[in-house]
Ligand binder design. Structure first.
Ligand SMILES: C[S@@+](CC[C@H](N)C(=O)[O-])C[C@H]1O[C@@H](n2cnc3c(N)ncnc32)[C@H](O)[C@@H]1O
Length: 292
C-alpha cells in the first residue's frame, strides 16, 4: 500500500517537474527564429514575462483540474521546482553576466528536487521531501538563500567586476558538485539507515554503517553538505556570504553531530565507540561527542 503511494507520488512529481520545465520551450521557440543571445533578454522583456506568466497559469490550472488534496501539493511543488530549474537553465545558457546565478539556481533546484534519488532509497515521498515546508530550519534556510541573492544583486550593481571571476565560480561549481556527489554517495551507502530526522529510538532494521564513504568520514553527508553550501557562495563570488555560510554551517553541524552521536552510542554502544576511534568526522575542527 505504502509502496504504491510512493510510486504514485514519485511519478506525479516527475511528470509535474517536466511540466514546469516546459517553460524553457517559450524562449526556445523564439530562438529558433533568431539569435541565442537574446534568450535572456526575452525573459526580462514584457512579452517574455507575459508568456512565462501565461505558461505558469495554464500549467497550474491543469494541475488543479487533474490532482486533488495531498497529491496536488506534491504536484504544485514539483512543478514550481521545474519552472525555476527551467528559468535557471535559460539564464545559464544565455550570454549574460547573470550566467553564474543561473548555475546557482539550477544546482539549488537540483538539490531540492532530488525526488528521483529519494525514490531509489524507498523513502516516503511526501511533500516534506522537497524541503519546502515551513519549519524553523526551513525559515533559516530561506533567510540564508535570500541573503545570498541580495548580496549577489547589490554587488553586481556596485562592484560588477567581482562577479566576473570565472575561475572562482568554477572552483565553487566544483565544490558544489563534489559536495552533492558525496552527500548522495552517503545516502546510497546508508540506504534505509539514513534518515533526514535524527532518530532517538533505534529501529529494528537500523544497523551501523562503516563501509564505503563511511570508512573515510563518520559524517560524509554532512561533509558534502558543508562544502556544497559554501560552494554555492564561492560560485556566486559572495564574500560576505562565504564567511557567513561557513560559520553558520560549521556551528550547525557541530551541534547536530554531537546530538546524533549521542543517539548512535546509545544504539550501538562499543561498536560506535570503536568506529569513532578509527574514523574522523570529516569536518574541520569537529571531533564529535566526547566519550570518557
Ligand atoms: C541525515 S542522516 C546523516 C548520517 C551521517 N551523519 C552522515 O553525515 O552521513 C542521520 C541519520 O543517520 C543515522 N546514522 C548516522 N551515522 C550512521 C552510521 N554510521 N550508521 C548507521 N546510521 C547512521 C543517524 O542515526 C540519523 O538518524
Amino acid at each position: 500500500m505504502a509502496g504504491s503511494k510512493l510510486v504514485l507520488e514519485g511519478s506525479v512529481s516527475i511528470k509535474c517537474f517536466i511540466l514546469g520545465l516546459s517553460v524553457v520551450v517559450i524562449p526556445l521557440i523564439r530562438t529558433w527564429c533568431g539569435h541565442f543571445d537574446w534568450v535572456f533578454d526575452y525573459l526580462t522583456e514584457t512579452p517574455g514575462k507575459i508568456a512565462i506568466c501565461i505558461n505558469i497559469a495554464v500549467v497550474n490550472g491543469l494541475l488543479l483540474i487533474i490532482y486533488r488534496g495531498p497529491l496536488y501539493k506534491v504536484a504544485v511543488r514539483a512543478c514550481f521546482l521545474g519552472v525555476t530549474f527551467g528559468c535557471g537553465l535559460i539564464v545559464s545558457c544565455s550570454e549574460t553576466s547573470w550566467t553564474h546565478f543561473g548555475w546557482y539556481v539550477d544546482l539549488f533546484r537540483c538539490d531540492l528536487s532530488c525526488s528521483v534519488v529519494r525514490l531509489i532509497f524507498s523513502m516516503a515521498l511526501t511533500s516534506d521531501n522537497f524541503l519546502l515546508n515551513v519549519s524553523s530550519e526551513t525559515v533559516e534556510y530561506t533567510l540564508a538563500a535570500v541573503s545570498s541573492w541580495v548580496e549577489f544583486t547589490v554587488e553586481k550593481l556596485t562592484v560588477p567586476e567581482l562577479k566576473q571571476l570565472n575561475w572562482l565560480s568554477f572552483v565553487g561549481l566544483l565544490m558544489v558538485l563534489c559536495g552533492e556527489g558525496l552527500r548522495k554517495a552517503a545516502m546510497l551507502t546508508a540506504g534505509s539507515n539514513f534518515n533526514h530526522i535524527v532518530q532517538n529510538e533505534k529501529a529494528r532494521s537500523h544497523v551501523l554503517v562503516t563501509s564505503g564513504v563511511y570508512s573515510y568520514f563518520r559524517h560524509p553527508s554532512y561533509v558534502g553538505w558543508f562544502y556544497w553550501s559554501i560552494g554555492t557562495q564561492v560560485m556566486l563570488c559572495n564574500p560576505v556570504c562565504i564567511l557567513g555560510y561557513t560559520i553558520a554551517s560549521w556551528r550547525f553541524f557541530r551541534e547536530r553531530i554531537e546530538e546524533e552521536e549521542l543517539s548512535l552510542i546509545h544504539f550501538f554502544a562499543e561498536d560506535y565507540v570503536e568506529y569513532k576511534k578509527k574514523v574522523s568526522t570529516g569536518l574541520p575542527f569537529i571531533s564529535g561527542i566526547r566519550v570518557n
